[in-house]
Every structure is written in C-alpha cells, then in structure tokens.
Ligand binder design. Sequence first.
Ligand SMILES: O=C1NC[C@H](CO)[C@@H](O)[C@@H]1O
Length: 428
Amino acid sequence: MIGTCGMVGAAPAASGDFVTVKKTHFARKGQAYYIAGANFWYGGYLGAASGVGERARLLKELDNMKAIGINNLRVLAVSEKTEMKSAVSPATTSAPGQYDENLLAGLDFLMAEVAKRDMTVVLYLNNFWQWSGGMTQYLNWFEGTPALDPNVTRDYDTYMRKTAGFYRNAAAQVEYRNVIAKIVKRVNTITGKPYTEDTHILSWQLANEPRPGNGKATAEEKAVYVKWVDEVAGYIHSLDKNHLVSSGSEGLAGSAQDAQLYLDAHRTRNIDYLTYHLWPKNWSWFDSNNPVGTWDNAIAKSRDYLNSHIELAAKLGKPIVLEEFGLDRDGPSFSIKATTRIRDRFYREVFEIIATRAEKGDPIAGFNFWAWGGAGRAANADYWWKPGNDFVGDPPQEEQGLYSVFDSDVTSLLLIKEYADRLHAIRR
Ligand SMILES: O=C1NC[C@H](CO)[C@@H](O)[C@@H]1O
C-alpha cells in the first residue's frame, strides 16, 4: 500500500538535516556522515506507476540494501530518448521540452521510499555515455549530428571528442538547464515536498562521468570543460540553496590524465566535493582472462589511484567520494552462477583503503560500488538488455551481469555490510 501523504505542502526541513560539508567531511544531523553506497541507476525507473515500473521490487531492493548498511544511492535522474542501440528506453526526456511524467513520478516514488529508510541519494542530471542518451543525444537534437553509438562504431575516441561538443553548444546548454530546473524545482507528487527541501537528496550531480573530450583533449577543450563545470554547478546552486553539487568525474581517468585539470575543474566554490571512479578492467590494468598474470599490476595501480585522489582532495580542502568501482565475475563470466572470488578480493582491497583512511580523518567520505543488481536477472542468452527486460546494475550498454552485485552474491553482500558497519561507526 503506498502511503498517501497529503498534498498539502510538507513542513520545511530543519536546516541541520541536509548533508553539508564541514571542512573535508560530510555532516548530517550533527554527526559526521560517511557514505556506504550503491549505484542504483534505475531506481527511478522501478518507481514508475506503470510501464517499466516495478514498485514491489523497488521496495524489496531498498529494504535489502538498507539491511546491509547501504545508506546512499547514486541514481540516474534524467535520460534522453535516442536511436542509439545500447540505450535505455523509455527516457525521461522524449524530445526537447517533452518529458515523461510517469518516469519523473517514478523518481518521486523512489525519493519518498528513500526517506522512509533514511537513506540519501545522489541524482545525476546527464550522462557523458550513450546508455541513457546523454550529451550525444543533445547534440543530435541541436546540431543534427548523428547519435553514433560507440558500441556500434567501436570508436570511443571519436565519440568522446564529439560528445564534448555538448559543452560548447548554446542551444543544448539551454535545454540542459531547462531540464535541470524541471528536476531541481520539482515538487514530489507523492510527498508534496519540493525537491529543494528534500533532506534525503545528498547532492545534485552534473552528469555521469563528464569528460573534457578524449585522452588527447586540447587546452581549449579543457578550458571549455572547466568553465562548464563552474557555470552549471553555479546554476544549480542558484536554484537550490540547500543541496551540495558534485561533478560526477572519474578523476584523472576522466580528466585526460591531467591532475591540474582535475584540480582546476573542482576548485570552484560551486563544486562542494570531489568524485572519482575506479575501473581496472575498463582501463586495461586488469585482464579477467589472465587474472593471475595481471592482478599485481591492477591492484598496485588501483591502490595508487585510490590514495592519490584523496591527496588531491586534501589539496582542495574538500571531501571526495569513490562513487564507482567494480570488477567482473570469475571466469570471466556474466552468469549469476559464476563465483565472485576475484571481485570480492578487489572489493576488500578497495574497502580497506577507504575505511582505514576515513578512520584516520582523511578527506575520503565513502564509497558507492557499481552496481546493485539485486533481484534483477539477465533475460537473454547473449546477456544484452532489450526493452521490457529486468533492470540490473549494468546499464544497457554492457552485458547484464558484467559488474552487477546480485541478491544471490552472498559473499559480496557480507563484505559490503562489514565495511558499511565500519564506516558508520566513525565518530568525528
Ligand atoms: O558510469 C559508468 N562507469 C563504468 C560503468 C561500468 O563500465 C559503466 O556502466 C557506466 O557508464
């Protein structure tokens, strides 16, 4: 039974309930606040009343995440309808100025249920990648450039260089800001509470993994990117005085390996905390077909990546969150029947560094693993997603089972709980 909250405006939140930044840490309700989080990109989709919505499953997923100490979810708030093959459908934006109220109300439902479990949410408002339409789809709308799915062209370098054209396209930026305003200024249709008053939003995030271009980004592309981060983050703060704003950056891997660029993009007072992601397999540090031969290299580079970004956050005097990381199942295999011994070993390495440095008071504010698959299951023998299939942690541009943590992955769930408990025990 969905609780029926009166539509009369909800009481304004006490200012102390919002997550704030206190020097290099998060604070909430007078306590230091550490994130033991999951990526749950499809949470709003499950909340929809019809179509793709599966509200009973959503409630079960939230309860199961809460039960292992997950207190934060990182969720896709906006998607764009696209012809690109490996993108989710439907989309919250079907065309410029046309929005899917069923999906947007799904986000309302998610936020209402998150509040009941006293969890917090990071909502990202765009995507550098194709799996939700994203910046490339804006360029298709406003430049007329074909939306070329890199899973089809296999040319990611060209995709990244062209997608970064989004930052310079004035018409695309106008629509992007229209969408930002539509979400940030939305009134939750379930609770009657304005999003700007929702203390369970931890932060608004500019996009998932925004990059300045490809690995050879020019000085001009980097300058455009830095300006875009500052201006959009400032725009969000102009709409919403209560919430934090983050970029969604992967760190150096998403900054053309340029630490100065990463610092410059996050120095602005409009960015409240830093984010980074860790992908040993995607970045070719780890070969899951040769785990023994590549583990030492991968874990050494991972440890360095984990620690060096915490030092960069200390330089800026801001908290940092490791908001994505993952590794595939033993084999490698996409099958839920495959074990996760190597992934569990990687998770423990990551968690141990995060927890140890958080306990020491370093500016690491927590983690979100990628990603919660829960009760979702791959529907097709080739493990690719098709409209109507279950949503799992892996978005449609990847095999359904690649990085997902499913409800049957007991060793992984126990590991997450062990370190969630450790982070929640920190008092500062
Ligand atoms: O944001 C992301 N980062 C890495 C994930 C796994 O490859 C990917 O699914 C997603 O686009």
